[in-house]
Design a binder for this molecule. Structure first.
Ligand SMILES: Cc1cc2nc3c(=O)[nH]c(=O)nc-3n(C[C@H](O)[C@H](O)[C@H](O)COP(=O)(O)OP(=O)(O)OC[C@H]3O[C@@H](n4cnc5c(N)ncnc54)[C@H](O)[C@@H]3O)c2cc1C
Length: 283
């Protein structure tokens, strides 16, 4: 059982991980590839103490080297879901289930819009994880909306189970499987009755049994039910506590200003709060 699981590996997540480690807690950071951090896109950062005229990529490289030096464990991949087990939490990380006493969410900004019908049919034909739910669609027809870096891999995996895979992906792809059909169109609506039956797109409508929406990031409201969200941001107090005991949040996902210094500072506060939460559990 971990003391602290950090979700997200941008400046907030690395800071939270380093500070929890310094507080002697059993901590692991679970995050997508570092290139998905917003900071990676910054051509030049001038307003972070100690750095001047530096690229975001270079800053992240320095942060990662610091983490490596103190032997902070960082695992690359995506967290699909958090389960509340009452006495602790369990996270689904790449379909591996990991128990933890506390969680620090540092998932940054999620800009993806939710498709019409997505929330209505979630768990009834709409899935975010091919590895988790692919088996339910053996011999059936599915559609993959590929917006994450591993979408091709996931579509290929589904093509081995499903009878037919439709694939919508606005990036270049390289899939040649006979049962994958690429559709060059925009998603309009996921339709059904009790369960998903079809998808309307800008060039027509197709009948299907399931829709896999593969995004780089999952909206935080989908990571765990019951988390209080305000104007699309996780609501926290000044100790970075959310409304759920043992769950903390830091960085862009908690709101403005969207800046590295704020993300790193909040990561520190969240780590200290998580550490003291764990200490109290053990009393
Ligand atoms: C072009 C640009 C220029 C900028 N310039 C500046 C600047 O000059 N100065 C400044 O201070 N700030 C700047 N920023 C803002 C800064 O980059 C952000 O404030 C900072 O990166 C926030 O850190 P974070 O850790 O909260 O989020 P992020 O850095 O976005 O990291 C979040 C990480 O969590 C991962 N993640 C999300 N969901 C999951 C999941 N379910 N499982 C696993 N991993 C997940 C994401 O893929 C990502 O890697 C700039 C941003 C951009 C885009």
């Amino acid at each position: 059982m971990l003391d602290v699981a950090v979700i997200g590996c941008g400046p907030a997540g690395i800071s939270a991980g380093i500070n929890a480690k310094i507080r002697n807690k059993k901590v692991k950071v679970f995050g997508n590839n570092i290139s998905t951090s917003y900071l990676f896109k910054a051509e030049r950062v001038d307003n972070y103490l100690g750095f001047h005229k530096v690229t975001g990529e270079k800053m992240l490289d320095k942060f990662m080297k610091h983490a490596k030096k103190i032997k902070l464990e960082i695992e690359e991949g995506k967290v699909f879901e958090i389960y509340n087990m009452n006495s602790h939490y369990t996270i689904n990380f790449n379909n591996e289930f990991i128990d933890t006493k506390t969680i620090i969410i540092t998932t940054g900004l999620t800009k993806s819009k939710v498709f019409k019908g997505e929330e209505q049919y979630l768990g009834r034909g709409v899935s975010y994880c091919a590895t988790c739910d692919g088996n339910l669609y053996r011999g059936k027809t599915v559609l993959v909306i590929g917006e994450s870096t591993d979408s091709d891999e996931e579509a290929h995996f589904l093509s081995e189970l499903a009878k037919k895979v439709y694939y919508i992906n606005n990036k270049e792809h390289n899939l040649k499987e006979d049962n994958i059909e690429y559709i060059d169109a925009k998603v309009e609506e996921i339709c059904g009755e009790d369960i998903v039956k079809s998808l309307k797109h800008s060039s027509g409508e197709i009948k299907l049994d399931g829709v896999f929406i593969l995004r780089q990031t999952t909206p935080v409201s989908k990571l765990i039910g019951g988390l209080e969200i305000e104007s699309n941001m996780i609501k926290v107090n000044k100790n970075m506590e959310t409304n759920m005991p043992g769950i903390f949040a830091a960085g862009d996902c908690t709101g403005k200003p969207f800046q590295v210094a704020k993300a790193v500072g909040e990561g520190l506060v969240a780590a200290l709060s998580a550490a003291s939460y764990v200490d109290k559990m053990e009393l």
